[in-house]
Design a binder for this molecule. Structure first.
Ligand code: ADP
Length: 507
């Protein structure tokens, strides 16, 4: 009998894959939202399963100095020659990042825009990302097993591989998996973008990139990807409907055989109340006592009273982009009733000026009970997750959502609307399928949200019951291991599908 080689728990016994990932942001280098958390954590989880990952992303100004470029590419875009340096950085065993160094495109304030205005050349900036990733992959001695492109910014990769590089025998066998983190962002640009990005005019069609006489990067990606994933099973179903399909429900329904929802994990090395260096006290499911110290620190940071009475009052938090998708319009509608609740509030976020102004005004009107910080502040987000009692996410839609999982991990009970990943990750206290981890409401109405909050506050007074809900949330397994294994499954399916397509053509 041959000797059995020991495998790490969860490791994949099949031969390891080499995965070329393409994305516009990743923790710890550059972040505007959940995409960065996912792209920051998934490669490490795949590497721990034994696979090799190379992530290609821009070197934005905020990435800082990461090394020197030892290889260069020349891209012909927008009627000019752009020189792009490739800076390779070993991040961990089997995981490296290749930064695209091109100051003309990426050395500026803001990833996608600044002061509320999108950068006017985003088509070129992300067109260059896709072109460069394909060129880089093609120049590798051994082509990757699979390419994984994230969101509209990387969605031209499948288009380019299946058109411009279609004649390359090595590339032809490599499948592309496209992950949609939020269908509402479609990479829409004027028709002239076809010429600017040196794309054949024939692709400006229904089966290509054309969408209501505009160029959509995401539509191109959906049409050309071998497999499409999105970030929760519920969202994968929702985007097939006209209500949530953002105009793409038709093409997604046509391709539903290759669409799958894989819920995001959370990075346990970064988000863990036992070891989080951003908290003034550490605690665990076995002993949540020190959480009170964190609550005091949050109240102090926001300049709210932190005496014993204030510490007893429930603290409700939000850390969110301040846009309607996240339920900010519902909050605006219900603000009088919300302010009448016997709670304190801490809010961190940026977004639409009218929502920012609303929270600023509420903080001025209720200085003892409302703290609002307008801005992006990662350390403060950790402190809030640690110190709050309840976390509110009344989203209109939510592809996956991460904050509800961070909240549960930190013993901060989420109050969420049953949509997308919120429905898949938070179990309502009334559920019969297992111990409740939060309060879930269905209708996107102010009254449904208020009813859920009232129920949560009534339960808060029942300490043993509250402790049981906290404990159930804190002990859920939200690790990346299972999600990374699900991606590997998708990669292997896509490889097989591509091989079958090749066999069909007699290759
Ligand atoms: P989305 O990607 O739609 O914004 P997610 O819940 O998937 O929503 O992820 C949001 C991520 O961004 C979380 O890690 C959250 O903590 C973080 N975040 C959002 N707004 C802020 C902010 N103002 N400051 C710090 N972190 C923020």
């Amino acid at each position: 009998m041959p000797a059995l080689r020991a495998l790490a728990p969860g490791a994949d016994p099949a031969p390891p894959l080499s995965i070329l990932m393409v994305a516009s942001e990743a923790v710890p280098y550059a972040k505007t939202g959940g995409l960065a958390d996912v792209v920051g954590a998934l490669p490490g989880a795949l590497a721990r399963l034994g696979h090799h990952v190379t992530l290609v992303m821009p070197r934005y100004r905020e990435v800082g100095t990461v090394g020197t470029a030892r290889h260069h590419l020349e891209l012909g875009l927008d009627g000019r020659r752009l020189e792009v340096g490739l800076v390779e950085v070993e991040v961990a065993d089997r995981y490296q990042v290749v930064f695209l160094d091109c100051d003309a495109l990426y050395d500026r304030e803001g990833l996608y825009g600044h002061a509320g205005i999108e950068h006017s050349d985003n088509a070129v900036r992300y067109g260059a990302l896709c072109h460069a990733a394909c060129e880089y992959g093609q120049q590798l001695e051994v082509p990757p097993s699979v390419v994984h492109a994230h969101d509209w910014q990387a969605a031209l990769v499948p288009v380019l591989l299946r058109t411009r590089y279609a004649a390359d025998p090595a590339w032809r066998r490599v499948p592309v998996v496209l992950t949609i983190h939020n269908l509402a962002y479609q990479g829409l640009f004027p028709p002239d973008t076809m010429r600017v990005l040196d794309l054949p005019a024939s692709l400006f069609s229904l089966e290509g990139l054309e969408y209501w006489n505009q160029v959509s990067f995401l539509k191109g990606g959906i049409n050309f990807a071998d497999a499409i994933t999105t970030v929760s099973p519920t969202y994968a179903r929702e985007i097939l409907t006209p209500e949530r399909g953002e105009g793409f429900d038709g093409i997604l329904t046509q391709r539903r055989d290759r669409l799958r929802g894989i819920v995001n994990g959370i990075d346990g090395a970064v988000w863990d109340p036992c070891s989080d260096p951003l908290l003034p006290a550490s605690y665990s499911a076995a002993d949540v006592g020190p959480k009170r110290e964190v609550k005091r620190a949050v109240l102090d940071r926001f300049g709210l009273p932190s005496d014993d009475l204030s510490l007893t009052r429930p603290l409700v938090a939000m850390v969110s982009r301040m846009i309607d998708q996240k339920g900010l319009d519902l909050i605006c509608e219900a603000r009088v009733e919300l302010m009448a609740l016997p709670v304190s509030w801490v809010i961190l976020g940026t977004g639409e000026p009218r929502h920012e102004a609303m929270w600023r005004a509420l903080a001025v009107a209720h200085p003892e009970r409302v703290g609002a910080r307008i801005g992006f502040d990662e350390p403060l987000a950790h402190l809030i997750e640690g110190g709050a009692d309840l976390f509110l996410m009344p989203s209109r839609f939510e592809p996956c959502g991460l904050n509800q999982m961070y909240s549960m991990r930190y013993g901060t009970v989420p109050v969420v609307r049953a949509t997308g990943g919120l429905a898949d990750t938070v179990r309502d206290v009334e559920s019969t399928t297992g111990p409740g981890t939060g309060f879930v409401f269905d209708d996107y109405t102010a009254s449904a949200m208020l009813a859920a909050l009232h129920e949560a506050l009534a339960t808060f007074g029942d300490r043993p019951r509250w402790a049981a809900i906290q404990h159930a949330g804190m002990t859920q397994d939200f690790s990346w291991t299972a999600s990374a294994a699900a991606y590997v499954h998708e990669y292997r399916n896509a490889i097989e599908r591509r091989q079958r397509a090749g066999a069909g053509r007699g290759e």
